[in-house]
Every structure is written in C-alpha cells, then in structure tokens.
Design a protein around this ligand. Structure first.
Ligand SMILES: [Fe+2]
Length: 194
C-alpha cells in the first residue's frame, strides 16, 4: 500500500516536472524537488490530474479568458527570469547581491500553487471552492510550501505576489514576481478599444 502511494507520487512528480521545464533552471536540486513536490501534493490532495493544469483558466477574476493556469505560471516565471538576467547583465555586482535567482524561480513557480485549493470542479465547471472562500491562494500556497520546507524567502514571494503583499515590504525577488504577475494579469484581461 505504502509502495503504491510512493509510485503514484513518483509518477505525478514526473508529469509535473515535464509540465514545468522552468523548474530545471533552479540550480539547487533540493529546492527544485521541493517545488515539484508542492505541485504534486497540491494536485493529489485536491483531485486534479497534472494534465488538467493545461485546461484550468488561470484566474476566475477576468471573465471568459483563454489563458490557462499552466501558461500563466510558466509565462510569469519566464518573465521573472528575463527581468533578473537583464538587470544582472546591465548592472552586474551592483545588483547581484540583491537577487537570488533560485529563490526567484521557486517563488514564481509556487506563487499560484494555492489555486489548486482555491478552485474546484463542480458540474464540469471550474469554480471557487469552499476552501477558497476562506483562504485565497497566497495563504494556501504558503501552507503547502511550509509543509515541504520551502525557504522563507520563497514563501515570502508566494505570500506577497498579489494584493495581500501590499502590507509587506517586498524583497527584490518579490517585487519582480509581483510586477510580472500583474503585467500578465492586466494584459490578459485588457480589451483593446474598437
Ligand atoms: Fe496569484
């Protein structure tokens, strides 16, 4: 029984790793594993198949959108990596001590993992869950990350990537994730004037 569970987790982890190639850019193998474990447990605990991340809308706050949860998480993470690399290339040592690339990637990949708890499938539709009524995804995401030993600096990004972070003094990595997340969100919901 215990072996079957381990095999299931192993297979979920493989699928998650294939869905999030950006995780390979985390140099610290332990941190990379924790990120993938969070996604695997979030899927299993809430009855999501990893492949469903390709079909869930990334937000329920922007009407009918055609951008998926997986696309949003990956795009924001790629934007964050690009911002970090451009700044490091431009400013070198004047900025490198402020930016931890591994933490940035881990935090960005996990910023929305709590939506696995915040959303649920009801009658074939994706809707807000009861858990989501109580806790938005920054909170459930931190809970999940805490369980898996994700470093405080990355949990800070999860906690502060959205409007909840307005009460916090964000780290440099959290500033990048917050801005990239809102660039993506605002442009996805933007409707050009005709
Ligand atoms: Fe979010």
């Amino acid at each position: 029984m215990a072996k079957a569970k381990t095999d299931d987790r192993g297979s979920t982890l493989k699928k998650i790793a294939a869905l999030f190639p950006e995780a390979r850019r985390i140099r610290d193998a332990g941190l990379r594993r924790k990120v993938l474990e969070c996604w695997a447990e979030g899927c299993e605990a809430n009855g999501w198949k990893p492949e469903e991340l390709k079909t869930i809308p990334f937000t329920l706050l922007a009407g009918d959108i055609d951008i998926t949860y997986l696309e949003h998480v990956r795009t924001v993470t790629q934007m964050c990596i690009a911002c970090c690399d451009i700044m490091v290339k431009a400013y070198g040592k004047r900025v490198t001590h402020k930016l931890d690339r591994d933490i940035l990637i881990a935090g960005s990949l996990l910023a929305d993992v709590g939506k696995l708890y915040e959303y649920e499938k009801r009658d074939g539709k994706i809707v807000k869950s009861k858990a989501g009524d109580y806790l938005r995804h920054p909170f459930s995401g931190v809970g999940l990350a805490w369980k898996h030993g994700v470093p405080d600096a990355a949990m800070h990004i999860i906690a502060g990537h959205s409007k909840e972070g307005e009460m916090m003094t964000r780290t440099a990595e959290a500033i990048i994730v917050n801005h990239c997340d809102f660039i993506d969100f605002d442009i996805v919901k933007y409707k050009p004037k005709k």
